[in-house]
Design a protein around this ligand. Structure first.
Ligand SMILES: Cc1ncc(COP(=O)(O)O)c(C=O)c1O
Length: 401
């Protein structure tokens, strides 16, 4: 959690701009809006940070990933390779565009590995929905090799990784389309918001129309616009976009502070036996929203969690037990408990989600504890946290680990 820590006068100013015109709708009404176009400004700020040619702001990151999949041409019956460690929105988006999620192994980067993807490919595989987890970035060189070799469509769910990059390229720009979340818990928030990015004009045009009932956004008479594709309503409101503008401008500062504090924590904690760190695809491109430590095994990690809890150390997640981020707790996916029938249930699933084995993912997530990095900490806070984590790990790690 970072952006919300810095909520202040800048956000209020942007929101007030909108309140003064009363124009909460992002399109048309040129006269009434008096030059205020917050969704467009938000998109411009996202383009500045990512270097994307096209950005389109929408209601939330879940919608952005669904839009990315649909505009990349993924739909009914297509198999899409997904990770078992992600926020559930990724899997929901794949299912709700009519496609079929095929789970593959992640590795110590917390993201799908090239090997995991390769082993999950079948003749029906259309694409990969790669998720850059916990502020980091996947191993893009080896992943792109597999994606290109097998002619797969890559869509990146970078919901948790705004500001992250790999060898100078922003996450979200390696494949056809990418998405970010600007919900309340992200490096920058719009309250609720998401942004779709791409470098491909045709994909952008579909996404732009798809997210607004097919509107082409050409001309000044909304009711007379052509509708090149069927769409739905994923429009962001100007109020949310206004918050997103102010927050996105703060991201360079947040990145700088996050990186400094993460390095301090890692320098200190690397001296504690039993602690190792997640392998970020490009450590220089890590947005550093989380310190991600790996313990020697699941039992030690669980013991460390108990020690942290009894010492009153907060601000961490043990994803292995989390209901929404790891497959072990996704009973609704395993049993396909859906509100209404989805294409995957009619077409048949290539994997039995109840019996499939993903031992590497189990091992990595079992060992993982993630600490949120706060950009409003003082250096003293960081030192205290490092000391507390170290003390808890020492209590949990068996003597000769
Ligand atoms: C990886 C990932 N994808 C998608 C989302 C969904 O974003 P939103 O909450 O904005 O719908 C999230 C949110 O936590 C996420 O972490």
């Amino acid at each position: 959690m970072a952006g919300t820590e810095l909520f202040g006068a800048e956000e209020r100013k942007e929101v007030n701009d909108v309140l003064e015109t009363g124009m909460l709708f992002r399109y048309n009404h040129d006269q009434q809006r008096n030059g205020i176009w917050k969704a467009r400004e938000f998109e411009a700020e996202v383009k500045k940070i990512t270097g994307a040619k096209y950005a389109h702001a929408v209601t939330n990151g879940s919608a952005a990933i669904a839009i990315a999949l649909a505009s990349a041409g993924i739909g009914t019956g297509d198999e899409v390779i997904v990770p078992p460690f992600t926020f559930i929105a990724t899997i929901e988006a794949v299912l709700f565009v009519g496609a079929i999620p095929v789970f593959a192994e992640i590795d110590e980067s917390l993201c799908l590995s090239a090997e995991g993807i390769k082993n999950a490919i079948t003749p029906k595989t259309k694409g990969v929905c790669l998720v850059h987890m916990c502020g980091g970035v996947a191993e893009m060189d080896s992943i792109m090799q597999v994606v290109n070799e097998h002619n797969l469509i890559l869509v990146e769910d970078a919901g948790q990784a705004f500001g992250s990059s790999y060898k100078g390229t922003s996450v979200g720009l390696f494949g056809k389309a990418g998405s970010f979340s600007f919900d309340f818990f992200k490096i920058a928030t719009a309250g609720e918001g998401g942004v779709f990015i791409t470098n491909d004009e045709a994909t952008y045009k579909i996404a732009d129309a798809y997210s607004d009932h097919g509107h082409s956004h050409v001309g000044s008479k909304r009711g007379m616009e052509p509708h090149p594709v069927l769409g739905f309503n994923y429009r962001i409101s100007e109020l949310n976009a206004a918050v997103g503008v102010a927050q996105t401008r703060k991201v360079p500062h947040i990145l700088e502070v996050n990186k400094k504090y993460k390095k301090m924590l890692m320098d200190t904690l690397s001296q504690t036996d039993g602690i190792s760190f997640v392998k970020v695809g490009d450590p220089n491109g890590d947005s550093s929203t989380f310190l991600n430590i790996l313990l020697p095994d699941t039992e030690t990690a669980q013991q460390t969690v108990d020690e942290l809890n009894s010492a009153g150390v907060g601000g961490f997640d043990y994803w292995f037990k989390n209901m929404y981020h790891f497959i072990n707790q996704w009973d609704h996916i395993k049993n396909m408990d859906t509100a209404s029938k989805l294409p995957a249930q009619v077409l048949g699933m290539p994997q039995d989600y109840n019996t499939m084995q993903l031992p590497k993912s189990q091992e990595v997530i079992g060992r993982l504890i993630s600490f949120s990095i706060r950009c409003t900490w003082t250096e003293e806070d960081v030192k205290t946290l490092a000391k507390n984590i170290s003390a808890c790990v020492k209590k949990a790690v068996p003597v000769n680990a």
